[in-house]
Write a protein that binds this ligand. Structure first.
Ligand code: IMP
Ligand code: MG
Length: 182
């Protein structure tokens, strides 16, 4: 039996909800599916979305056995003109994505707003296809039509930190996933 583990980040208490070895196993299963799905296709380009996806990306990519390219981006979102709504800018994408099979790597898909904006932004550069692999999905909150292709772990609608995810800048380094308790 595992002993429960609690931590305090800023003003909040968190408790371990998913242990590192279970995360690693779930991520390995996603990598295996990608290896199979892309065996016969052209070499994919993984685009890891920083900061949150750094730990998931490292674990996943260690288990990818097909030839691939890897790039890291940051998203900067700002409010556009009233007519255009939120605008998202991609920082750091050095490769050309035209004609490429893209696999976005994300830490978490919550409402899906970020994912949808990201796909719209990438499509302007004419990729052949865009898929996503995410460490976490909150299926009760996700409200978009876009399929979420590869999901390592589905979680309830609770606030989670660790394994790359933060609470106001803290917790990204934690190897387990923690859920907010109070
Ligand atoms: P979206 O609602 O799918 O657009 O998610 C937006 C962003 O909110 C994610 O990329 C995360 O950075 C953050 N986020 C959503 N849920 C959580 C959580 O439970 N813990 C930490 N960050 C979260
Ligand atoms: Mg994120």
């Amino acid at each position: 039996m595992r002993i429960s583990k609690q931590i305090r980040l800023h003003d909040k208490e968190f408790e371990v909800s998913i242990w590192e070895e279970d995360i690693v196993e779930a991520v390995r299963r996603v990598a295996e599916r990608i290896n199979v799905d892309f065996e016969e296709r052209s070499m994919p380009l993984f685009i890891s979305v920083l900061n949150g996806a750094f730990m998931f990306s490292a674990e996943l990519l260690k288990n990818i056995t097909i030839p691939c390219n890897i790039s890291f981006v940051k998203l900067a979102s700002y409010r556009g003109e009233r007519s255009t709504g939120d605008v998202m800018e991609l920082i750091g994408l050095s490769e050309s994505i035209a004609g490429r099979d893209i696999i976005i790597l994300e830490d978490i898909v919550d409402t899906g707003n970020t994912y949808e904006c990201l796909v719209e932004t990438l499509r302007k550069h004419s990729p052949k296809s865009v898929r996503i692999a995410t460490l976490l999905l909150k299926p009760d909150v996700y409200s978009k039509e876009l399929p979420v292709d590869y999901v390592a772990i589905k979680v309830p609608n609770e606030f989670i930190v660790g394994y790359g995810l933060d609470y106001n800048g803290l917790g990204r380094n934690l190897p387990d996933l923690y859920t907010l308790i109070s």
